[in-house]
Design a binder for this molecule. Structure first.
Ligand SMILES: NC(=O)c1ccc[n+]([C@@H]2O[C@H](COP(=O)([O-])OP(=O)(O)OC[C@H]3O[C@@H](n4cnc5c(N)ncnc54)[C@H](OP(=O)(O)O)[C@@H]3O)[C@@H](O)[C@H]2O)c1
Length: 327
């Protein structure tokens, strides 16, 4: 647990009310990713929402009692699965009145993976909207695909493509998500239970003859990546969220592997820009959070939650832990 009362200059100390789970939480444990051996025991949690407990010197715009959310880091004091955590104020946003702590906690990791991948300048992303401004007409008439449209990341990618004004947004997801994904901006769905990746390109061509200018692959496995790459038009751009599995590349197609985090120095400027927009975007429902399942048992509930994530038992929702309910 972060020491109560401790925060550095420019930082905010937060009592964590909600901390969402991510697939990376179990991958860190299974594959030894991101956290060096000497840093164990490690606290995880990239999606934090809570109440400001204290503000450090140099912080303006926040005070004790404010409701806030931010992107946790792979570093104990800055992680979310604990009762108190801290963050640099420049990458913290206030939670508007229409959003709960649980909902706010679904945003950081998933939203940032989508936002960096689609909007940030190369080499971080495709550079479709690096200043995060309203460019609505620019992509009118154009088509994009989100593979894994119902994933947390995919839902945010759909909404960010809608914000850009794409006329066709095809999602690859289970069919029962169609009506919900349409409310986020999807125009068409390819049923992942009925159409294997080997038939993906043909299924896309049945929906539209418009060249696919953008593919966001939120699944990014060995079968989804080549399928998305094949469907991408020459001159198109594609984001993947896991390591590159595409063997036969062509010159005319751009590929970016995204790292959706505000914490690396290279990522900070874009992160600050995005966090400065989020409160208003949520208030105006430009972006809506993922659906939530609140886990019971405080921090103890995380173990079972991660088991379900790992076994693909979570569909279209974000699991959220409440560290202060720990017995
Ligand atoms: N690079 C980064 O910065 C970054 C950041 C965040 C996440 N990620 C990675 O991105 C991936 C997605 O993360 P997440 O948190 O968004 O996942 P998630 O919400 O936990 O994913 C669950 C969803 O996966 C969908 N799914 C599983 N297999 C699928 C397939 N073959 N085709 C289409 N959909 C499929 C299921 O869809 P249905 O319900 O429709 O069946 C389910 O809704 C993970 O691998 C994660 O590690 C990377």
């Amino acid at each position: 647990m972060a020491l109560l009362g401790h925060r550095d200059t420019g930082e905010i100390l937060v009592k964590v009310e909600a901390s969402a789970l991510n697939p990376v939480d179990w991958k860190v444990q299974d594959y030894g990713l991101f956290i060096p051996d000497e840093s164990y025991p490690a606290i995880l949690g990239l999606d934090v929402a809570g109440e400001v407990e204290d503000v450090g010197e140099g912080v303006s715009g926040f005070k004790k009692g404010d409701r806030v959310f931010y992107n946790g880091a792979f570093k104990n004091e800055y992680a979310g699965h604990q009762q108190y955590s801290r963050a640099p104020a420049e990458i913290v946003a206030k939670i508007p009145g229409n959003i709960t702590y649980s909902q706010a906690s679904t945003i950081p990791a998933g939203f940032l993976a989508a936002a960096y991948g689609l909007y940030a300048k190369a080499p971080l992303g495709l550079g479709l909207n690096p200043t995060v401004t309203d460019v609505k007409e620019k992509f009118k008439g154009k088509a994009a695909i989100v593979i894994g449209g119902s994933t947390s990341v995919g839902q945010y990618a759909v909404q960010l493509l809608r914000y850009l004004g794409f006329s066709t947004i095809i999602v690859y997801a289970s069919a029962h998500h169609l009506s919900y994904l349409k409310t986020l901006g999807a125009t068409d769905l390819i049923d992942r239970k009925a159409v294997p990746f080997s038939d993906f390109d043909a299924a896309v061509k049945k929906i539209t003859s418009t060249p696919i200018e953008v593919v966001y692959d939120a699944v990014s496995l060995a079968d989804s990546q080549p399928a998305g790459y094949k469907a991408l038009a020459n001159g198109g751009k594609m984001v993947i969220t896991l390591p590159d599995e595409i063997k036969d590349k062509v010159d005319g197609k751009e590929l970016v592997t995204v790292f959706g985090s505000v914490h690396p120095e290279t990522h900070r400027e874009f992160g600050v820009t995005v966090f400065s927009k989020l409160t208003k975007w949520l208030e105006d429902e430009v972006i809506v959070p993922n659906k939530v399942e609140d886990l019971r048992g405080g921090l103890d509930g995380i173990v079972e939650g991660l088991r379900r994530l790992k076994n693909n038992e979570v569909s279209g929702i974000k699991l959220v832990s409440h560290p202060n309910e720990t017995a």
